[in-house]
Design a protein around this ligand. Structure first.
Ligand SMILES: Nc1nc2c(ncn2[C@@H]2O[C@H](COP(=O)(O)OP(=O)(O)OP(=O)(O)O)[C@@H](O)[C@H]2O)c(=O)[nH]1
Length: 381
């Protein structure tokens, strides 16, 4: 009897201990489930945020701002394959400030990403994420500025239509965070959403760029200038500086076309665009308004300084013969009309823009009728 009582008490204590252990385990599992749910929710919010990004800087900005925080990572970088530097060039032309994204890297080929696979893997299996210890020699390129000492990394391919478009690079100070045996479904899912979003915004930006540039010369087109001029007029008024506008027209271009053919004329237009560009500052905008007419918008430049630049452009256009691909050389000149707008005007930006363009056009007309190969400043008299 004593024996049985003892064992009953012992059994009850054992059960109570088991119960406590089970409760603790359940509490732990519940905590884990809650934590996982929270992580999932944060990632869902992140997915929604990046899917909603409408521009390249919006998207990469969201990725670099949000992903390290929600994934508790010390470093997140993106490497994009940009073989001919087209993406970078177009984004720069659209005004993307790459200095704001030090963790955005461009590589000229997929061999620089560290996956053992060719650019297309139609008949091979898709490249998998590479997880493991951080190795400065191998991963230095992907993490050019790791703030803290990284211990483990995941290099996740960004895949679109059976092509590697780049890699998402995740770095942690925790050596156990990314180990080769870890499942990769989660990071692959994350990378697939990022890849779709990247491809989307990049093609949108490319389309935007094509819609704003002149396909023959690569400089901006009229649509771009019309839009930019309004923005610049508003800014010039807020900050009280002058802007100037010039019309540049190649003299007797019809003769060039008639003697060299349309193809020769096109070559001349491209060279003239290059010569004008060579005389401008980065903040100035050059466009072809159609035909043989170029325009330049100069920011924070009064009539004197604009006329000075115009004179340099006129000289550059006629400075040397233009060599054509067929071996011929041609000498040309250009006429320039310049007008300015002070930063203190009262008219609407639209009216001021129209007037500025009309004034420069009028000055150009005077340059033409005054004998060509000259710069004329607009004057109200
Ligand atoms: N090659 C080429 N020619 C063009 C293009 N667009 C317009 N043109 C030509 O540009 C010439 C413009 O001639 P005009 O407007 O008569 O003027 P111009 O001969 O330059 O004479 P001035 O301006 O008075 O000095 C025409 O021969 C057009 O065919 C183009 O995209 N490529």
């Amino acid at each position: 009897m004593t024996q049985s009582l003892h064992s009953d008490a012992e059994r009850a204590a054992e059960l109570a201990a088991e119960n406590r252990a089970l409760r603790a385990r359940m509490a732990y599992m519940l905590e884990q489930a809650e934590r996982n749910h929270e992580i999932m929710m944060r990632h869902q919010a992140f997915d929604l945020e990046i899917v909603g990004a409408t521009s390249f800087p919006d998207l990469v900005g969201s990725i670099f701002r949000t992903l390290p925080a929600i994934s508790e990572l010390e470093s997140v970088t993106l490497a994009l394959v940009d073989e001919d530097a087209d993406i970078r060039t177009v984004m720069e032309k659209l005004g993307v400030d790459f200095a704001a994204f030090p963790d955005l890297l461009f590589v000229s080929g997929i061999d620089q990403l560290g996956f053992e696979v060719g650019a297309r893997f139609a008949h091979a299996s898709a490249p998998k994420p590479v997880l493991g210890m951080f190795d400065a020699a191998r991963h230095g390129r992907q993490f050019p500025q790791p703030g803290k000492r990284l211990q483990s990394v995941a290099i996740v391919p960004l895949l679109r239509n059976k092509r590697i478009i780049g890699s998402l690079n995740l770095g942690s100070v925790d050596p156990t965070r990314f180990t080769p045996s870890l499942g990769t479904d989660f990071v692959e899912h994350m990378a697939s959403i990022i890849a779709i979003c990247l491809e989307n915004v990049i093609s949108n930006e490319m389309l935007k760029y094509i819609g704003l540039t002149d396909s023959l010369t690569g400089v901006y087109n009229r649509r771009y200038i019309d839009r930019r001029l309004l923005e610049e007029i508003s800014r010039a008024r807020r900050q009280q500086y002058d802007i100037s506008f010039m019309y540049i027209d190649i003299d007797h271009f019809k003769r060039v076309n008639d003697t060299l053919g349309h193809g020769g004329g096109d070559e001349v237009l491209r060279e003239v665009a290059n010569r004008i560009k060579g005389e401008l500052r980065l903040s100035d905008a050059l466009a072809r308004f159609g035909g043989e007419e170029f325009v330049v918008l100069l920011i924070d430049a009064d009539l004197d300084s604009a006329a000075f630049v115009a004179e340099r452009i006129r000289a550059a256009i006629s400075a040397s013969m233009i060599a054509l691909s067929g071996g011929l050389q041609v000498s040309i000149t250009g006429s320039v009309g310049v007008a300015s707008l002070s930063g203190t005007g009262e008219a609407t930006a639209e009216a001021a823009a129209k007037e500025l363009i009309a004034h420069a056009d009028e000055a150009l007309y005077q340059a033409k009728s005054g004998g060509r190969n000259r710069v004329v400043r607009y004057s109200a008299e």
